[in-house]
Design a protein around this ligand. Sequence first.
Ligand code: HEM
Length: 479
Amino acid sequence: MGLFKLLHGHKARAFEGIPGPEPSFPMGNAGEFLDKTRQPWEVCCDFAHEFGGVTLVWMAGQPALILNDPKLIGEVLESNWTNFYKDAPCKALAPVITGRSLFISNYGKGWNKAHSENPFTTLNQEQFLSQQIKPLQMVIRKDLQHFIDRSASSDIDLYRDMQKLSFHAFSQAFWGQTFGDEVFEWFQSLARTGDRRMQCKIPALLNLPPWRPGFYSARSKWYRMFERLVKESRRKPDHDAPDMLNQALSHGPDLSDAVLAEALATNFFGGVFSGSSTINTALYLLAKHPEERGKLIAALDADLGGTEAYDLETLLGCRQLDFVLREAMRYYPAVPLYLRNSVPEREVKLGDHLLPPNTMIFISNYYLHKFSHHWLQAEKFDPSRWDNGVAEENPFASGYFFPYGRGPRACIGQQYGIFYTKLALATVLLNSTVDLNPAQEFKQHFFFGVMMPKGLKAKFQTRAQCPPSGRSDEIPEPA
Ligand code: HEM
Protein backbone atom coordinates (compact mmCIF):
# COMPACT_ATOMS: atom_id res chain seq x y z
CA MET A 1 0.00 0.00 0.00
CA GLY A 2 2.82 2.41 0.90
CA LEU A 3 4.47 2.31 -2.51
CA PHE A 4 1.12 2.40 -4.28
CA LYS A 5 0.07 5.48 -2.30
CA LEU A 6 3.37 7.17 -2.98
CA LEU A 7 2.98 6.69 -6.72
CA HIS A 8 -0.75 7.28 -7.16
CA GLY A 9 -1.91 9.01 -3.96
CA HIS A 10 -2.34 12.37 -5.72
CA LYS A 11 -4.99 10.83 -8.02
CA ALA A 12 -6.95 9.59 -5.01
CA ARG A 13 -7.72 13.11 -3.74
CA ALA A 14 -10.60 13.58 -6.21
CA PHE A 15 -12.27 10.46 -4.80
CA GLU A 16 -11.97 11.34 -1.13
CA GLY A 17 -14.73 9.77 0.94
CA ILE A 18 -15.49 6.97 -1.54
CA PRO A 19 -14.83 3.63 0.13
CA GLY A 20 -13.06 0.73 -1.51
CA PRO A 21 -10.65 -2.15 -1.00
CA GLU A 22 -6.98 -1.43 -0.25
CA PRO A 23 -4.95 -1.33 -3.45
CA SER A 24 -1.57 -2.99 -3.58
CA PHE A 25 1.45 -2.37 -5.78
CA PRO A 26 1.54 -2.72 -8.78
CA MET A 27 -1.90 -4.05 -9.78
CA GLY A 28 -4.10 -2.06 -7.40
CA ASN A 29 -7.31 -4.14 -7.18
CA ALA A 30 -7.17 -5.46 -10.75
CA GLY A 31 -6.29 -8.90 -9.39
CA GLU A 32 -9.90 -9.23 -8.15
CA PHE A 33 -11.05 -9.08 -11.78
CA LEU A 34 -8.47 -11.61 -12.91
CA ASP A 35 -9.66 -14.21 -10.40
CA LYS A 36 -10.96 -17.04 -12.61
CA THR A 37 -13.42 -18.30 -9.97
CA ARG A 38 -15.58 -15.15 -10.07
CA GLN A 39 -17.05 -13.23 -12.98
CA PRO A 40 -16.54 -9.44 -13.02
CA TRP A 41 -20.20 -8.73 -12.16
CA GLU A 42 -19.89 -11.05 -9.15
CA VAL A 43 -16.86 -9.04 -8.04
CA CYS A 44 -18.90 -5.81 -8.43
CA CYS A 45 -21.71 -7.38 -6.42
CA ASP A 46 -19.33 -8.44 -3.62
CA PHE A 47 -17.97 -4.88 -3.45
CA ALA A 48 -21.53 -3.53 -3.18
CA HIS A 49 -22.17 -5.79 -0.19
CA GLU A 50 -18.97 -4.58 1.45
CA PHE A 51 -18.82 -0.89 0.46
CA GLY A 52 -22.30 0.13 -0.67
CA GLY A 53 -23.54 1.80 -3.86
CA VAL A 54 -20.23 3.29 -4.98
CA THR A 55 -16.80 1.70 -4.67
CA LEU A 56 -13.39 3.05 -5.62
CA VAL A 57 -11.06 0.47 -7.15
CA TRP A 58 -7.69 0.75 -8.84
CA MET A 59 -6.96 -0.94 -12.14
CA ALA A 60 -3.20 -0.81 -11.73
CA GLY A 61 -2.58 2.98 -11.39
CA GLN A 62 -5.95 3.99 -12.83
CA PRO A 63 -8.84 4.77 -10.46
CA ALA A 64 -12.28 3.43 -11.42
CA LEU A 65 -15.72 3.57 -9.83
CA ILE A 66 -18.10 0.65 -9.48
CA LEU A 67 -21.70 1.81 -9.30
CA ASN A 68 -24.41 -0.25 -7.65
CA ASP A 69 -26.64 2.70 -6.77
CA PRO A 70 -29.76 3.28 -8.94
CA LYS A 71 -29.59 7.08 -8.58
CA LEU A 72 -25.95 7.37 -9.63
CA ILE A 73 -26.47 4.85 -12.42
CA GLY A 74 -29.41 7.01 -13.57
CA GLU A 75 -27.09 10.03 -13.76
CA VAL A 76 -24.56 8.19 -15.91
CA LEU A 77 -26.99 6.43 -18.23
CA GLU A 78 -29.93 8.85 -18.30
CA SER A 79 -29.98 12.37 -16.88
CA ASN A 80 -26.34 13.22 -17.61
CA TRP A 81 -25.60 10.61 -20.26
CA THR A 82 -23.88 12.90 -22.77
CA ASN A 83 -21.08 13.44 -20.25
CA PHE A 84 -20.20 9.76 -20.35
CA TYR A 85 -19.02 7.71 -23.29
CA LYS A 86 -18.18 4.13 -24.24
CA ASP A 87 -14.44 3.62 -24.34
CA ALA A 88 -13.36 0.10 -23.54
CA PRO A 89 -15.19 -2.01 -26.11
CA CYS A 90 -14.66 0.41 -29.01
CA LYS A 91 -11.05 -0.33 -29.81
CA ALA A 92 -11.63 -4.01 -29.16
CA LEU A 93 -14.63 -4.31 -31.44
CA ALA A 94 -13.88 -1.83 -34.21
CA PRO A 95 -12.16 -4.42 -36.45
CA VAL A 96 -15.04 -6.85 -35.90
CA ILE A 97 -18.27 -4.88 -36.16
CA THR A 98 -16.90 -1.84 -38.05
CA GLY A 99 -16.16 1.55 -36.51
CA ARG A 100 -19.52 3.09 -37.38
CA SER A 101 -21.60 0.43 -35.60
CA LEU A 102 -24.17 1.80 -33.17
CA PHE A 103 -22.64 -0.36 -30.45
CA ILE A 104 -19.33 1.42 -30.42
CA SER A 105 -19.98 4.88 -31.79
CA ASN A 106 -20.36 7.72 -29.32
CA TYR A 107 -22.58 10.75 -28.77
CA GLY A 108 -21.56 13.53 -31.15
CA LYS A 109 -19.22 11.11 -32.95
CA GLY A 110 -21.52 9.08 -35.14
CA TRP A 111 -23.90 7.64 -32.55
CA ASN A 112 -26.70 10.19 -33.14
CA LYS A 113 -26.77 9.46 -36.87
CA ALA A 114 -26.39 5.68 -36.48
CA HIS A 115 -29.20 5.67 -33.89
CA SER A 116 -31.61 7.87 -35.83
CA GLU A 117 -31.24 5.98 -39.11
CA ASN A 118 -31.23 2.47 -37.64
CA PRO A 119 -34.22 0.43 -38.90
CA PHE A 120 -35.26 -0.22 -35.29
CA THR A 121 -35.76 3.54 -34.99
CA THR A 122 -37.25 4.26 -38.41
CA LEU A 123 -39.63 1.30 -38.86
CA ASN A 124 -42.91 0.78 -37.07
CA GLN A 125 -41.80 -1.92 -34.66
CA GLU A 126 -45.25 -3.29 -33.88
CA GLN A 127 -45.97 -3.77 -37.55
CA PHE A 128 -42.57 -5.36 -38.11
CA LEU A 129 -42.93 -7.74 -35.16
CA SER A 130 -46.48 -8.80 -35.97
CA GLN A 131 -45.26 -10.02 -39.37
CA GLN A 132 -42.44 -12.06 -37.85
CA ILE A 133 -44.53 -14.57 -35.90
CA LYS A 134 -45.23 -17.09 -38.66
CA PRO A 135 -41.84 -17.05 -40.43
CA LEU A 136 -39.96 -17.28 -37.13
CA GLN A 137 -42.18 -20.05 -35.80
CA MET A 138 -41.35 -22.08 -38.91
CA VAL A 139 -37.61 -21.56 -38.50
CA ILE A 140 -37.67 -22.33 -34.78
CA ARG A 141 -39.80 -25.45 -35.29
CA LYS A 142 -37.40 -26.70 -37.94
CA ASP A 143 -34.40 -26.37 -35.63
CA LEU A 144 -36.41 -27.85 -32.80
CA GLN A 145 -37.13 -30.90 -34.94
CA HIS A 146 -33.34 -31.29 -35.40
CA PHE A 147 -32.95 -31.09 -31.62
CA ILE A 148 -35.60 -33.80 -31.24
CA ASP A 149 -34.03 -36.05 -33.90
CA ARG A 150 -30.53 -35.64 -32.48
CA SER A 151 -31.72 -36.21 -28.93
CA ALA A 152 -32.28 -39.88 -29.79
CA SER A 153 -28.51 -40.41 -29.97
CA SER A 154 -26.91 -37.53 -28.06
CA ASP A 155 -27.52 -34.55 -25.82
CA ILE A 156 -28.19 -31.10 -27.16
CA ASP A 157 -25.56 -28.56 -26.13
CA LEU A 158 -27.78 -25.62 -25.28
CA TYR A 159 -24.92 -23.12 -25.39
CA ARG A 160 -24.05 -23.70 -29.01
CA ASP A 161 -27.30 -25.09 -30.39
CA MET A 162 -29.52 -22.32 -29.02
CA GLN A 163 -27.13 -19.74 -30.51
CA LYS A 164 -27.53 -21.45 -33.85
CA LEU A 165 -31.31 -21.55 -33.55
CA SER A 166 -31.32 -17.84 -32.67
CA PHE A 167 -28.94 -17.09 -35.54
CA HIS A 168 -31.35 -18.80 -37.96
CA ALA A 169 -34.34 -16.91 -36.53
CA PHE A 170 -32.49 -13.58 -36.76
CA SER A 171 -31.45 -14.33 -40.37
CA GLN A 172 -35.10 -14.84 -41.21
CA ALA A 173 -36.32 -11.72 -39.42
CA PHE A 174 -33.65 -9.38 -40.76
CA TRP A 175 -32.67 -10.90 -44.13
CA GLY A 176 -35.74 -12.95 -45.09
CA GLN A 177 -33.78 -16.21 -45.35
CA THR A 178 -31.78 -18.56 -43.17
CA PHE A 179 -28.05 -18.86 -43.67
CA GLY A 180 -26.16 -22.16 -43.59
CA ASP A 181 -23.42 -23.45 -41.31
CA GLU A 182 -20.65 -21.74 -43.22
CA VAL A 183 -22.11 -18.29 -42.50
CA PHE A 184 -22.67 -19.25 -38.86
CA GLU A 185 -18.96 -20.15 -38.69
CA TRP A 186 -17.95 -16.73 -40.07
CA PHE A 187 -20.12 -15.15 -37.41
CA GLN A 188 -18.53 -17.29 -34.69
CA SER A 189 -15.04 -16.52 -35.94
CA LEU A 190 -15.70 -12.75 -35.79
CA ALA A 191 -17.31 -13.06 -32.37
CA ARG A 192 -14.41 -15.09 -30.94
CA THR A 193 -11.93 -12.46 -32.09
CA GLY A 194 -14.13 -9.68 -30.67
CA ASP A 195 -14.44 -11.53 -27.39
CA ARG A 196 -10.70 -12.15 -27.05
CA ARG A 197 -10.03 -8.49 -27.65
CA MET A 198 -12.76 -7.38 -25.22
CA GLN A 199 -11.25 -9.56 -22.51
CA CYS A 200 -7.65 -8.63 -23.30
CA LYS A 201 -5.89 -7.64 -20.07
CA ILE A 202 -3.18 -5.55 -21.75
CA PRO A 203 -4.82 -2.47 -23.37
CA ALA A 204 -1.74 -1.69 -25.50
CA LEU A 205 -2.28 -4.95 -27.40
CA LEU A 206 -5.53 -3.52 -28.78
CA ASN A 207 -3.50 -1.10 -30.88
CA LEU A 208 -2.41 -4.13 -32.90
CA PRO A 209 -4.75 -5.60 -35.51
CA PRO A 210 -6.23 -9.05 -34.84
CA TRP A 211 -3.63 -11.68 -35.67
CA ARG A 212 -5.74 -14.74 -36.53
CA PRO A 213 -5.59 -15.22 -40.34
CA GLY A 214 -9.03 -16.94 -40.40
CA PHE A 215 -10.55 -13.76 -39.01
CA TYR A 216 -9.83 -11.65 -42.09
CA SER A 217 -11.25 -14.18 -44.47
CA ALA A 218 -14.42 -14.56 -42.33
CA ARG A 219 -14.82 -10.80 -42.03
CA SER A 220 -14.49 -10.18 -45.73
CA LYS A 221 -16.95 -12.97 -46.64
CA TRP A 222 -19.43 -11.85 -43.96
CA TYR A 223 -19.65 -8.18 -44.99
CA ARG A 224 -19.36 -8.88 -48.72
CA MET A 225 -22.29 -11.27 -48.53
CA PHE A 226 -24.48 -8.74 -46.71
CA GLU A 227 -23.61 -5.91 -49.09
CA ARG A 228 -24.43 -8.16 -52.03
CA LEU A 229 -27.80 -9.05 -50.49
CA VAL A 230 -28.63 -5.37 -49.97
CA LYS A 231 -27.66 -4.60 -53.58
CA GLU A 232 -29.79 -7.44 -54.93
CA SER A 233 -32.84 -6.46 -52.89
CA ARG A 234 -32.45 -2.84 -53.87
CA ARG A 235 -32.51 -3.88 -57.53
CA LYS A 236 -35.64 -6.03 -57.05
CA PRO A 237 -37.36 -4.81 -53.89
CA ASP A 238 -40.25 -6.83 -52.51
CA HIS A 239 -42.38 -4.25 -50.72
CA ASP A 240 -44.60 -6.91 -49.13
CA ALA A 241 -41.77 -9.04 -47.74
CA PRO A 242 -41.81 -8.77 -43.94
CA ASP A 243 -38.04 -8.97 -43.33
CA MET A 244 -36.20 -5.91 -42.06
CA LEU A 245 -34.07 -5.57 -45.19
CA ASN A 246 -37.06 -5.21 -47.52
CA GLN A 247 -39.00 -3.14 -45.01
CA ALA A 248 -36.06 -0.76 -44.56
CA LEU A 249 -35.61 -0.43 -48.34
CA SER A 250 -39.34 0.24 -48.79
CA HIS A 251 -40.06 2.49 -45.82
CA GLY A 252 -36.77 3.59 -44.27
CA PRO A 253 -34.46 6.51 -45.12
CA ASP A 254 -32.15 6.14 -48.10
CA LEU A 255 -29.04 4.46 -46.67
CA SER A 256 -26.01 3.30 -48.61
CA ASP A 257 -25.60 -0.45 -49.14
CA ALA A 258 -22.70 -0.57 -46.69
CA VAL A 259 -24.55 1.32 -43.94
CA LEU A 260 -27.70 -0.80 -44.21
CA ALA A 261 -25.67 -4.01 -44.42
CA GLU A 262 -23.72 -3.02 -41.32
CA ALA A 263 -26.85 -2.06 -39.32
CA LEU A 264 -28.51 -5.40 -40.06
CA ALA A 265 -25.31 -7.39 -39.47
CA THR A 266 -24.84 -5.74 -36.06
CA ASN A 267 -28.19 -7.22 -35.00
CA PHE A 268 -26.58 -10.66 -34.88
CA PHE A 269 -23.89 -9.49 -32.47
CA GLY A 270 -26.46 -7.53 -30.48
CA GLY A 271 -28.97 -10.29 -29.95
CA VAL A 272 -27.81 -13.85 -30.70
CA PHE A 273 -25.73 -14.23 -27.53
CA SER A 274 -28.01 -12.29 -25.19
CA GLY A 275 -31.18 -13.82 -26.66
CA SER A 276 -29.97 -17.42 -26.49
CA SER A 277 -28.57 -16.82 -23.02
CA THR A 278 -31.98 -15.60 -21.84
CA ILE A 279 -33.82 -18.58 -23.33
CA ASN A 280 -31.33 -21.09 -21.84
CA THR A 281 -31.47 -19.37 -18.46
CA ALA A 282 -35.26 -19.55 -18.49
CA LEU A 283 -35.20 -23.25 -19.47
CA TYR A 284 -32.75 -23.98 -16.66
CA LEU A 285 -34.70 -22.08 -14.00
CA LEU A 286 -37.93 -23.75 -15.14
CA ALA A 287 -36.27 -27.17 -14.89
CA LYS A 288 -35.23 -26.31 -11.34
CA HIS A 289 -38.79 -25.25 -10.55
CA PRO A 290 -41.05 -27.84 -12.20
CA GLU A 291 -44.16 -26.28 -10.61
CA GLU A 292 -43.39 -23.03 -12.45
CA ARG A 293 -42.77 -24.91 -15.67
CA GLY A 294 -46.16 -26.64 -15.27
CA LYS A 295 -47.86 -23.29 -14.68
CA LEU A 296 -46.23 -21.77 -17.74
CA ILE A 297 -47.11 -24.66 -20.05
CA ALA A 298 -50.73 -24.55 -18.85
CA ALA A 299 -50.83 -20.81 -19.53
CA LEU A 300 -49.29 -21.24 -22.99
CA ASP A 301 -51.84 -23.94 -23.83
CA ALA A 302 -54.69 -21.76 -22.60
CA ASP A 303 -53.57 -18.40 -23.98
CA LEU A 304 -51.77 -19.34 -27.20
CA GLY A 305 -53.66 -22.57 -27.82
CA GLY A 306 -52.61 -25.78 -29.55
CA THR A 307 -52.84 -24.13 -32.97
CA GLU A 308 -50.14 -21.52 -32.34
CA ALA A 309 -51.96 -19.24 -34.81
CA TYR A 310 -51.83 -16.32 -32.40
CA ASP A 311 -51.18 -12.67 -33.08
CA LEU A 312 -48.66 -10.28 -31.53
CA GLU A 313 -51.09 -8.94 -28.94
CA THR A 314 -51.89 -12.46 -27.72
CA LEU A 315 -48.22 -13.45 -27.52
CA LEU A 316 -47.17 -10.32 -25.66
CA GLY A 317 -50.31 -10.52 -23.51
CA CYS A 318 -49.55 -13.99 -22.10
CA ARG A 319 -48.89 -12.89 -18.53
CA GLN A 320 -47.23 -16.05 -17.25
CA LEU A 321 -44.76 -16.04 -20.16
CA ASP A 322 -44.04 -12.38 -19.48
CA PHE A 323 -43.50 -13.02 -15.77
CA VAL A 324 -41.20 -16.01 -16.36
CA LEU A 325 -38.94 -14.08 -18.73
CA ARG A 326 -38.82 -10.98 -16.54
CA GLU A 327 -37.94 -13.18 -13.58
CA ALA A 328 -35.26 -15.08 -15.53
CA MET A 329 -33.71 -11.74 -16.59
CA ARG A 330 -33.92 -10.38 -13.06
CA TYR A 331 -32.33 -13.53 -11.68
CA TYR A 332 -29.52 -13.92 -14.23
CA PRO A 333 -29.38 -10.86 -16.51
CA ALA A 334 -27.72 -11.69 -19.84
CA VAL A 335 -25.88 -8.34 -19.84
CA PRO A 336 -24.82 -7.81 -16.22
CA LEU A 337 -22.01 -5.28 -16.69
CA TYR A 338 -21.72 -2.01 -18.65
CA LEU A 339 -18.71 0.23 -18.99
CA ARG A 340 -18.56 3.99 -19.34
CA ASN A 341 -15.94 6.73 -18.96
CA SER A 342 -16.54 10.34 -18.05
CA VAL A 343 -15.67 12.58 -21.02
CA PRO A 344 -11.95 13.33 -21.44
CA GLU A 345 -12.40 17.10 -22.03
CA ARG A 346 -13.50 18.17 -18.53
CA GLU A 347 -14.41 17.19 -14.98
CA VAL A 348 -17.92 15.76 -14.61
CA LYS A 349 -20.24 15.81 -11.61
CA LEU A 350 -21.51 12.50 -10.30
CA GLY A 351 -23.57 12.67 -7.12
CA ASP A 352 -21.52 14.85 -4.73
CA HIS A 353 -18.25 14.17 -6.52
CA LEU A 354 -16.40 15.93 -9.27
CA LEU A 355 -14.82 13.23 -11.39
CA PRO A 356 -11.49 13.86 -13.08
CA PRO A 357 -11.63 13.66 -16.89
CA ASN A 358 -11.86 10.15 -18.32
CA THR A 359 -12.76 8.36 -15.10
CA MET A 360 -13.60 4.74 -15.77
CA ILE A 361 -16.98 3.48 -14.47
CA PHE A 362 -18.34 -0.05 -14.08
CA ILE A 363 -22.11 -0.37 -13.85
CA SER A 364 -23.80 -3.59 -12.86
CA ASN A 365 -27.43 -4.63 -12.59
CA TYR A 366 -26.52 -7.96 -10.99
CA TYR A 367 -26.62 -6.67 -7.42
CA LEU A 368 -29.66 -4.40 -7.80
CA HIS A 369 -31.73 -7.13 -9.46
CA LYS A 370 -31.42 -9.05 -6.19
CA PHE A 371 -31.37 -6.14 -3.76
CA SER A 372 -33.14 -7.50 -0.70
CA HIS A 373 -34.47 -4.09 0.46
CA HIS A 374 -36.33 -3.82 -2.81
CA TRP A 375 -37.25 -7.37 -3.80
CA LEU A 376 -39.06 -9.67 -1.40
CA GLN A 377 -37.20 -12.98 -1.08
CA ALA A 378 -34.85 -11.70 -3.73
CA GLU A 379 -32.94 -14.99 -4.00
CA LYS A 380 -36.08 -16.94 -4.87
CA PHE A 381 -37.01 -17.60 -8.51
CA ASP A 382 -40.63 -16.57 -8.33
CA PRO A 383 -42.36 -15.42 -11.55
CA SER A 384 -45.52 -14.55 -9.62
CA ARG A 385 -43.67 -11.70 -7.84
CA TRP A 386 -44.34 -9.64 -11.01
CA ASP A 387 -48.12 -9.88 -10.50
CA ASN A 388 -50.30 -7.31 -8.68
CA GLY A 389 -48.70 -4.22 -10.16
CA VAL A 390 -45.04 -5.13 -9.51
CA ALA A 391 -44.29 -5.32 -13.26
CA GLU A 392 -45.73 -1.81 -13.68
CA GLU A 393 -43.77 -0.51 -10.67
CA ASN A 394 -40.54 -2.01 -12.04
CA PRO A 395 -40.67 -1.56 -15.80
CA PHE A 396 -37.70 -2.36 -18.00
CA ALA A 397 -35.01 0.35 -17.63
CA SER A 398 -36.02 1.22 -14.05
CA GLY A 399 -33.74 1.50 -11.01
CA TYR A 400 -33.86 -2.11 -9.84
CA PHE A 401 -34.60 -3.81 -13.15
CA PHE A 402 -32.63 -2.93 -16.27
CA PRO A 403 -31.63 -6.06 -18.18
CA TYR A 404 -31.70 -4.07 -21.45
CA GLY A 405 -29.90 -1.08 -19.99
CA ARG A 406 -31.20 2.41 -19.19
CA GLY A 407 -31.45 5.73 -20.99
CA PRO A 408 -30.87 6.74 -24.61
CA ARG A 409 -28.16 4.09 -25.12
CA ALA A 410 -30.28 1.26 -23.77
CA CYS A 411 -30.75 -1.68 -26.10
CA ILE A 412 -32.17 -0.59 -29.43
CA GLY A 413 -33.34 -4.19 -29.98
CA GLN A 414 -35.25 -4.38 -26.68
CA GLN A 415 -38.71 -4.72 -28.20
CA TYR A 416 -37.48 -7.30 -30.66
CA GLY A 417 -35.52 -9.07 -27.87
CA ILE A 418 -38.62 -9.31 -25.67
CA PHE A 419 -40.67 -10.53 -28.63
CA TYR A 420 -38.07 -13.06 -29.78
CA THR A 421 -37.40 -14.62 -26.38
CA LYS A 422 -41.15 -14.96 -25.80
CA LEU A 423 -41.78 -16.48 -29.20
CA ALA A 424 -38.84 -18.89 -28.95
CA LEU A 425 -39.62 -20.06 -25.41
CA ALA A 426 -43.32 -20.51 -26.23
CA THR A 427 -42.56 -22.41 -29.46
CA VAL A 428 -40.08 -24.70 -27.71
CA LEU A 429 -42.42 -25.48 -24.82
CA LEU A 430 -45.56 -25.91 -26.96
CA ASN A 431 -43.83 -28.27 -29.37
CA SER A 432 -41.41 -30.26 -27.27
CA THR A 433 -40.72 -31.68 -23.86
CA VAL A 434 -37.34 -30.48 -22.60
CA ASP A 435 -35.49 -32.91 -20.39
CA LEU A 436 -32.87 -30.76 -18.63
CA ASN A 437 -31.34 -32.21 -15.49
CA PRO A 438 -31.59 -29.37 -12.94
CA ALA A 439 -28.68 -30.81 -10.95
CA GLN A 440 -26.36 -29.49 -13.67
CA GLU A 441 -24.26 -26.57 -12.58
CA PHE A 442 -25.27 -23.14 -13.94
CA LYS A 443 -21.80 -22.07 -15.04
CA GLN A 444 -21.78 -18.38 -15.88
CA HIS A 445 -19.47 -17.75 -18.81
CA PHE A 446 -18.51 -14.32 -20.18
CA PHE A 447 -18.56 -14.10 -23.95
CA PHE A 448 -18.74 -10.98 -26.14
CA GLY A 449 -19.98 -8.88 -23.20
CA VAL A 450 -22.75 -11.37 -22.41
CA MET A 451 -23.23 -13.77 -19.51
CA MET A 452 -23.97 -17.12 -21.10
CA PRO A 453 -24.58 -20.32 -19.16
CA LYS A 454 -22.14 -22.85 -20.59
CA GLY A 455 -22.22 -26.62 -20.42
CA LEU A 456 -25.98 -27.12 -20.05
CA LYS A 457 -27.19 -30.25 -21.81
CA ALA A 458 -30.77 -31.29 -22.56
CA LYS A 459 -32.82 -33.79 -24.52
CA PHE A 460 -35.88 -32.81 -26.52
CA GLN A 461 -38.88 -34.98 -27.34
CA THR A 462 -41.96 -34.24 -29.43
CA ARG A 463 -44.70 -33.06 -27.16
CA ALA A 464 -47.41 -35.67 -27.55
CA GLN A 465 -50.46 -33.51 -26.92
CA CYS A 466 -49.53 -30.89 -29.50
CA PRO A 467 -50.99 -31.10 -33.01
CA PRO A 468 -48.18 -32.52 -35.21
CA SER A 469 -47.58 -29.49 -37.38
CA GLY A 470 -49.19 -26.91 -35.12
CA ARG A 471 -51.09 -25.40 -38.03
CA SER A 472 -54.72 -24.35 -37.61
CA ASP A 473 -55.73 -25.38 -41.12
CA GLU A 474 -54.83 -28.98 -40.31
CA ILE A 475 -56.91 -29.22 -37.18
CA PRO A 476 -60.12 -31.09 -37.95
CA GLU A 477 -63.34 -29.12 -37.54
CA PRO A 478 -65.39 -30.29 -34.54
CA ALA A 479 -68.23 -32.63 -35.58
C1 HEM B 1 -32.20 -10.68 -24.52
C2 HEM B 1 -31.73 -9.91 -25.45
C3 HEM B 1 -30.91 -8.66 -25.24
C4 HEM B 1 -30.36 -8.10 -24.11
C5 HEM B 1 -30.43 -8.62 -22.69
C6 HEM B 1 -29.70 -6.89 -24.50
C7 HEM B 1 -29.07 -6.01 -23.63
C8 HEM B 1 -28.51 -4.83 -24.01
C9 HEM B 1 -27.98 -3.84 -23.10
C10 HEM B 1 -27.95 -3.98 -21.59
C11 HEM B 1 -27.51 -2.80 -23.83
C12 HEM B 1 -26.89 -1.52 -23.28
C13 HEM B 1 -25.43 -1.69 -23.03
C14 HEM B 1 -24.81 -0.45 -22.46
O1 HEM B 1 -25.51 0.45 -21.96
O2 HEM B 1 -23.57 -0.36 -22.48
C15 HEM B 1 -27.73 -3.12 -25.21
C16 HEM B 1 -27.37 -2.31 -26.26
C17 HEM B 1 -27.58 -2.65 -27.56
N1 HEM B 1 -28.26 -3.75 -28.03
FE1 HEM B 1 -29.10 -5.20 -26.95
N2 HEM B 1 -29.81 -6.75 -25.84
C18 HEM B 1 -30.56 -7.80 -26.33
C19 HEM B 1 -30.97 -8.00 -27.62
C20 HEM B 1 -30.61 -7.21 -28.66
C21 HEM B 1 -31.05 -7.41 -30.01
C22 HEM B 1 -32.03 -8.49 -30.45
C23 HEM B 1 -30.44 -6.46 -30.76
C24 HEM B 1 -30.56 -6.21 -32.22
C25 HEM B 1 -31.32 -6.95 -32.97
C26 HEM B 1 -29.62 -5.66 -29.89
C27 HEM B 1 -28.83 -4.60 -30.27
C28 HEM B 1 -28.24 -3.71 -29.40
C29 HEM B 1 -27.50 -2.53 -29.83
C30 HEM B 1 -27.22 -2.13 -31.27
C31 HEM B 1 -27.10 -1.87 -28.67
C32 HEM B 1 -26.30 -0.57 -28.60
C33 HEM B 1 -27.28 0.57 -28.53
C34 HEM B 1 -26.58 1.90 -28.35
O3 HEM B 1 -25.46 1.94 -27.83
O4 HEM B 1 -27.19 2.91 -28.72
N3 HEM B 1 -29.75 -6.14 -28.62
N4 HEM B 1 -28.35 -4.35 -25.30
